[in-house]
Design a protein around this ligand. Structure first.
Ligand SMILES: C[S@@+](CC[C@H](N)C(=O)[O-])C[C@H]1O[C@@H](n2cnc3c(N)ncnc32)[C@H](O)[C@@H]1O
Length: 323
């Protein structure tokens, strides 16, 4: 693969825990699971991780993102391999899932780790409002945007009775989340360990391009044909329309002229009899800037001389305003 050619990598490597024999531990019906899942031995895992993660670093474009899904057992080898690259960790996400393996003499393990990293020296894609506008609230008044961007993801595994699948298939919800936050339509998304091609299917469905690898020939031959059934962009119509962001000027440096407009608007609203809080709320709405940001601007820039000048410019009588 060409260096610097991939915008987003999502990879869920073999777990190095005898994953090819997992059904014996989980006591589950594996009759619909494609056999031939290729596991990596515990002994080979450190070298294996280092080799593929260094390749991932090479093929990612500067600013490109990578999400690596890992169980706890081999996490240290993934972290160690990452430490040998220049990839920068942005988040260590905990994915809490359902159907943890039942244990009676200790706590039940029900989470995976997802390491989200960026290749430096380029602009990273992160769509803060991919799912929720800043102003959207949950039933108890919390910010939905904040909640969706917390680093603990509670997402159930999919239960697919009777369907042909791979062991440990990633849920569509998790893939949609990573792809919408960290890529743009038309971007190239790569999965080094395709399994059931779930990443590729969701990426194409969301109007991205996809590539990747699967060493299990049986899974590859079956899934490559399944790919023909995926219509590019077909999943886009199921996405919820995110309302326009109320705080459209959030984080943007303001010009002196805009600061003067804010201070001037504040003065006028106070003269109309609005409290400080009411005035700031109104200005926040109009200028697309958070309440605290407006209060901060007022605090730093409001002083008598400026007020008088601004009111003079606006044609008001400064004498009456000064009191
Ligand atoms: C945990 S599974 C991936 C599951 C996938 N994310 C899904 O949703 O179906 C890991 C996959 O890596 C494959 N694999 C193991 N070694 C590989 C290698 N060197 N190159 C490519 N694929 C490999 C296994 O056969 C297995 O299908």
């Amino acid at each position: 693969m060409k260096s610097n050619s991939i915008d987003l990598i999502i990879s869920d490597p073999p777990y190095g825990i005898n994953g090819d024999k997992l059904d014996r531990h989980y006591n589950r019906d594996e009759s619909h699971v494609l056999d031939g899942y290729v596991e990596v031995s515990t002994k080979a895992y450190p070298e294996f991780s280092l080799r593929w993660i260094q390749e991932a670093e090479r093929v990612l474009r500067p600013g490109g993102s990578i999400y690596i899904v890992s169980g706890y057992s081999q996490l240290r080898h993934i972290l160690n391999a990452l430490a040998h690259t220049k990839l920068e960790e942005r988040n260590h996400i905990i994915w809490k899932y359902n159907f943890g393996v039942y244990t009676s003499k200790k706590y039940i393990s029900s989470h995976y780790h997802i390491l989200y990293c960026i290749k430096p020296k380029g602009k990273a894609t992160f769509h803060t409002n991919a799912f929720y506008a800043d102003c959207e609230k949950s039933e108890n008044g919390g910010s939905l945007n904040y909640q969706d961007r917390e680093d603990v993801w509670i997402i159930n595994r999919e239960y697919k009775p009777g369907q042909v699948k791979n062991k440990n298939e990633l849920p569509k919800t998790i893939l949609t989340k990573m792809i919408l936050y960290s890529s743009n339509p038309g971007d190239m998304v790569c999965d080094f360990f395709l399994g059931s091609f779930s990443t590729a299917k969701v990426a194409i469905g969301l109007g991205r391009n996809a590539c990747g690898f699967e060493i299990n020939k049986k899974a590859f031959d079956y899934q490559i044909k399944e790919m023909d059934k995926i219509i590019p962009g077909e999943l886009l119509q199921d996405l919820r329309q995110v309302p326009a962001n109320r705080l459209f000027n959030k984080g943007r440096p303001l010009s002196n002229e805009e600061i003067e407009q804010i201070v001037s608007a504040f003065n006028l609203l106070q003269l109309e009899g609005l409290s400080r809080k009411q005035a700031c709320n109104q200005i926040s709405e109009k200028f697309g800037r958070g309440y605290w940001s407006i209060l901060n601007i007022i605090g730093k820039n409001l002083h008598e001389n400026k007020t008088v000048t601004l009111l003079k410019n606006s044609g008001e009588n400064p004498q009456s305003q000064e009191k």
